[in-house]
Design a binder for this molecule. Structure first.
Ligand code: FAD
Length: 483
């Protein structure tokens, strides 16, 4: 009997453009697809609550597709190496193939597993799939990692186009005797109390859902991406982030879909496609940075920020998390996040800036909350986003540029529709009033049925004072004294 190949799925939960699966199928040997729930090995960044909900749905979808193709998905739980070794014994497989991941804890684990498998004579092969370019494939002229986005992206675009995406295998051959699998529910990924109704409404996890979303975006929204991408009240961005994170679609598929859809289009539409791919480029940049600066998930990239005089305050952090800061655009974003597991990028920037600059809470507290609540929680992107917002990362927003949440709201949610949706207690206020209820007269508030301090909180900080305090804190680290 030909010995099978184990294909170890992690965050590549798709059949199309899956290099590890493709290579295994190409050998003509039977294939044993396996997913091992081993979250504790990813500590301290094991998937959070919202991500685990997504993973459950995505594994259900993958299981169905694999079974239809002829090789059912085997589910296991525990230490990855021990589970792989058990499966090698049970199936007589002599090879394990997988696609690489780039979080520091996972790189360390993969290196260890590869060495252990090779030591027992097992063929262990890993493939690039989660990114267009791995950390070692691109460097500055001085041979250093990039720390500024524009030259990084210029260099990427000047390289050869990504290779075409691989097709999904038509048929998989399973070994004669199927190895045992845990039932999906046994992995314990779903929350004990069901808080996922809003996420079910918003998302279709799995490869089919990802490809539908990609097609809908490239067909309908992409030509207007330039104007619409900053509008949280519109469906102007792709919302592909969780699908990309879980590998239900590859960046290479996204690249080619965007190029295909804009071929022959007018210059504006081609420009919009370029702009969209440039944002996908930020994801590449984030992975580049995390590979080269693996401690930045916890530590500021700019060392002077280690002495920043944060003022940890549990009550302020709680108000922010719950969407009760009294700044409607901030609260809308935090409530969207809680309900759907996602938040628009513009609003992510506003709420992050508010936490670190207005409230002087460490960016790490914000990153942790996002980690637990985002369905797209991704260590590279989340780290970049938070360090960028705090002003301590690569190519970051300068610390002294402090978003005014009211002006941001007036500009990017001009009719108040986004805020009205997520902060319904203010729904009767027209724009621009809805963005600054504390500035309204009692009569206007009464007419809109709002009692400030009762239905909706007063602002937890005053913008002008908070701004001065943040600038003073920044001046303190620039002087080298964090007092
Ligand atoms: P689109 O505009 O359609 O962009 C397409 C894809 O490009 C996205 O799906 C994403 O993969 C990538 N992308 C776009 N913008 C960025 C960016 N600024 N940085 C990195 N990649 C980007 N993104 C995550 O995927 N996971 C996170 O945990 C995460 N945390 C963030 C935290 C903060 C504080 C901030 C400011 C941003 C964070 N982002 C994160 C980046 C960005 O907000 C999301 O990727 C984006 O909102 C996803 O929506 P979309 O798919 O509609 O994006």
């Amino acid at each position: 009997m030909t010995p099978p190949i184990i294909v170890w799925f992690r965050r590549d939960l798709r059949l199309a453009d899956n290099p590890a699966l493709h290579a295994a199928v190409e050998t003509g040997r039977p294939v044993v697809p396996v997913f091992i729930e081993s979250g504790s090995e990813e500590a301290p960044w094991q998937p959070g609550g919202a991500a685990r909900w997504w993973l459950h749905q995505s594994l259900a979808a993958l299981g169905k597709s694999l079974a239809q193709a002829g090789a059912p998905l085997v589910l296991r739980q525990g230490a990855a190496l021990a589970q792989l070794e058990r499966l090698l014994g049970e199936t007589g497989a002599t090879a394990v193939y997988w696609n690489r991941l780039y979080e520091p804890a996972l790189i360390e684990r993969e290196t260890r597993i590869k060495a252990a498998l090779k030591a027992r004579g097992v063929e262990a092969r890993s493939f690039k799939s989660a990114v267009l370019l791995e950390g070692h494939e691109i460097a500055t002229k001085q041979g250093k990692p990039y720390t500024v986005f524009s030259p990084f992206w210029r260099a990427v675009v000047a390289m050869e186009e990504p290779a075409p995406a691989l097709p999904a295998p038509e048929r998989l051959h399973a070994p004669g005797a199927a190895p045992e699998s845990l039932p999906l529910e046994a992995l314990g990924l779903l929350p004990r109390i069901d808080w996922a109704a809003g996420m079910r409404e918003e998302w279709s996890p799995g490869e089919a859902g990802a490809l539908r979303r990609l097609a809908r975006f490239t067909d309908r929204a992409m030509p207007d991406y330039d104007e619409e991408r900053n509008r949280p009240d519109h469906y102007g961005t792709s919302r592909l982030s969780p699908h990309l994170h879980w590998g239900e679609v590859s960046p290479r598929q996204v690249w080619h879909a965007a190029r295909r859809a804009s071929r022959g289009a007018d210059a504006a539409a081609r420009g919009a496609a370029d702009h969209f791919l440039r944002e996908v480029g930020w994801r590449e940049f984030a992975h580049h940075l995390l590979t080269h600066f693996p401690r930045t998930d916890r530590e500021p990239l700019r060392a002077d920020f280690a002495a920043f005089p944060w003022r940890e305050d549990a009550a302020l952090l709680r108000a922010w998390r719950r969407g009760r800061t009294g700044y409607p655009i901030v609260d809308a974003g935090m409530r969207e996040l809680w309900a759907t597991g996602w938040m628009h990028n513009r609003v992510r920037m506003i709420v992050a800036s508010f936490l670190v600059k207005h409230l002087l809470q460490p960016w790490q507290r914000g990153a942790e909350w996002f980690w637990d609540t985002l369905v797209d929680a991704n260590l590279a992107n989340n780290t970049l986003g938070w360090q960028w917002s705090a002003g301590c990362g690569a190519d970051a927003a300068p610390y002294f540029r402090i978003f005014n949440p009211v002006l941001q709201a007036e500009k990017f949610d001009p009719d108040g529709a986004y805020t009205r949706r997520w902060v319904p207690e203010l729904a009767k206020l027209a724009a621009p009033h809805i963005h600054k209820p504390w500035m309204l007269s009692p009569a206007v508030l009464r007419a809109a049925g709002v009692s400030l301090g009762a239905d909706y909180p007063r602002p937890v900080v005053d913008h002008a004072q908070a701004r001065e305090r943040a600038l003073a804190a920044f001046a303190a680290i620039r002087k080298g004294g964090a007092g």
